[in-house]
Design a protein around this ligand. Sequence first.
Ligand code: SF4
Length: 219
Amino acid sequence: MSITRKWSAKQQRALEILIRLKRLYPDAHCTLNYDTPVQLLVATILSAQCTDERVNQVTPELFRQFPNARAIAQADIEVLEALVRPTGFYRNKAKNIQGACRMIVAEFGGQIPRRIELLIKLPGVARKTANVVLANAFDIHEGVTVDTHVKRLTQRLGLTEHSDPIRIERDLMRLLPMEDWENWSIRLIYHGRAICQAKKPKCDACLLADLCPSARIEG
Ligand code: SF4
């Protein structure tokens, strides 16, 4: 009985946080630039350990030379490495985007599969990347994207006790309506960049402070 009440209270708090995040960031959207689902997948792989801004500086030339899975699959790996180099870990990233595109061509006719269990078989694609692609390219919600911002803020907001992204994702899937799973992640990322930063969260300026057990208000 007490467990039910605890979850229910947590769920209500999560929903109130979601409502406020929607008000705070009404136009929040995926900040990676892309024209096709394959390009979104590639950009998301490149965004690991890198800012979306930096990825957006690299992808126009990358996609001009190699606009689709077939082109990336056949590209000279050294040319790919040189193009993605500014995003860091470039050898691994070039290998992964080419490996993923080769599998997309060989097994899925050059199109992104729309099921998470198939997507996560692609090189360099874990649940986080798969969730981003499915939600933003196809409006398919199979999970919650948990990146470093979502992880940190979900923990600070007291909505999970876990540090493993898979477990955090599971907690969020229980707390939030399915259609809002991506809304949650995108807006939390905005809030993490603007207010709840890793080193110095601006709790005094945070409109979630009354709902946050980690709030430190100086006054
Ligand atoms: S109150 Fe502070 S710790 Fe909580 S979400 Fe806001 S900025 Fe982050």
